[in-house]
Design a protein around this ligand. Structure first.
Ligand SMILES: C[S@@+](CC[C@H](N)C(=O)[O-])C[C@H]1O[C@@H](n2cnc3c(N)ncnc32)[C@H](O)[C@@H]1O
Length: 253
């Protein structure tokens, strides 16, 4: 996980600095590589100029930078990996908080909308993460999620540190945290070549520079495992829009 989310993040920023600014957003969308997926989430969450958007597990910051550029939102990035935080600040100059999503250092009800893209499946205690996101969102606010959902029981081939929820588990987690799932799709549309070619050029430069390192080999193995699960239909990428409701009351007798 450190190799995948920390080392590769720094290498990605280095490669973008060599290739040019227009490579930054496609290369820095690490869980969500399609602009169609981001547009679906942005429209579902009704993002607009000035919306305070918290991106939890923001990685290198591509999705938040895209939302700022296209929708005029005011993004705030939260990411636990220090090198990824530095990479996001270097590439986009956006405000970044280095913290874990289980303890978000923000006031209750202070955020208009949140994204959490490709993060939930890497977190063991999903209820705590969703509970914290719920706490910092204002009443009625939107949450956009990109989640790899398991079709059946957990696979042995899952990348290290990944815990994929089933659809039923995901709905239950959201409901218990105080969200209502309003809409879901797995067909947002592919990225156009103008986007995917830039992302691939950055990946090729990172590979050429770092392929001999242990961190690169570990990260590549994680990627292969994830692709295998997707190709064999054991997991599917789901985009989800949910809104803040009340937490389910927990009764004790
Ligand atoms: C697949 S990457 C996605 C990055 C970004 N959201 C994107 O779509 O480009 C998953 C990110 O989740 C972060 N992450 C993992 N555990 C986390 C936690 N407990 N709280 C917040 N972020 C976490 C990782 O460091 C990594 O940057």
């Amino acid at each position: 996980m450190v190799a995948e989310f920390n080392d590769v993040a720094g290498w990605t920023a280095d490669a973008v600095e060599q290739l040019g600014d227009r490579y930054a957003i496609p290369a820095a969308c690490r869980g969500s590589s399609s602009p169609a997926a981001l547009a679906w989430l942005a429209e579902a969450c009704e993002l607009s100029a000035g919306t305070r958007l918290l991106d939890v597990g923001a990685g290198v910051g591509g999705p938040a930078a895209w939302a700022a550029e296209r929708f005029g939102v005011r993004p705030l990035l939260l990411e636990p990996m220090q090198t990824a935080c530095r990479a996001a600040a270097r590439l986009f100059g956006l405000p970044v908080i280095t913290a874990d999503g289980a303890r978000i250092p923000l006031r209750t009800g202070s955020i208009d909308a949140a994204w959490c893209l490709g993060v939930l499946c890497t977190v063991e205690d999903k209820a705590v993460l969703l509970g914290e996101i719920h706490r910092v969102l204002r009443p009625g606010a939107s949450l956009g999620l990109l989640v790899a959902v398991a079709r059946g029981p957990a696979s042995q081939a899952a990348p290290d540190g990944n815990y994929f929820p089933t659809q039923r588990e995901l709905v239950s987690l959201l409901t218990r945290a105080g969200f209502r799932l309003t809409e879901q799709t797995n067909r947002p549309g592919d990225a156009p070549l103008s986007w995917s070619r830039r992302a691939e050029e950055v990946t090729a430069l990172v590979t050429a520079t770092h392929r001999a390192t242990r961190a690169y080999k570990l990260a590549a193995r994680q990627g292969r495992r994830l692709n295998h699960l997707l190709a064999t239909d054991q997991i599917s990428m789901q985009l989800i829009h949910a809104v803040v409701t009340e937490r389910e009351a927990v009764w004790s007798y």
